[in-house]
Design a protein. Sequence first.
Length: 108
Amino acid sequence: MEHHSPIPNRLKQVRLNIGISQKELGIRAGIDEFSASPRINHYEKGRHLPDYSMMERIADALGVPVPYFYTQDDNLAGLILQWGRMSEVQRRTLLEELKTSANAGSRP
């Protein structure tokens, strides 16, 4: 089974959700204004994929954790988005709750 990168669809979806143009996203990610729109367009069409450092800049410009763009699993992607919105205290609390829940479920 062939797997396609989730980056193009997720990139376009987040960009549209926050209501910015391809050019604006490219500029926010540090791409020259004259090539910003075509470059983001290529990423969204899957013609080219950004390297990791560019993906970091794009994710930062969109306010989304980088791993969101790489996971194939939509449920995990949703969790990553929620994780990115949480404070450090909320993250630690959630991890403790998950550990407790997992340990309780593994008992005979």
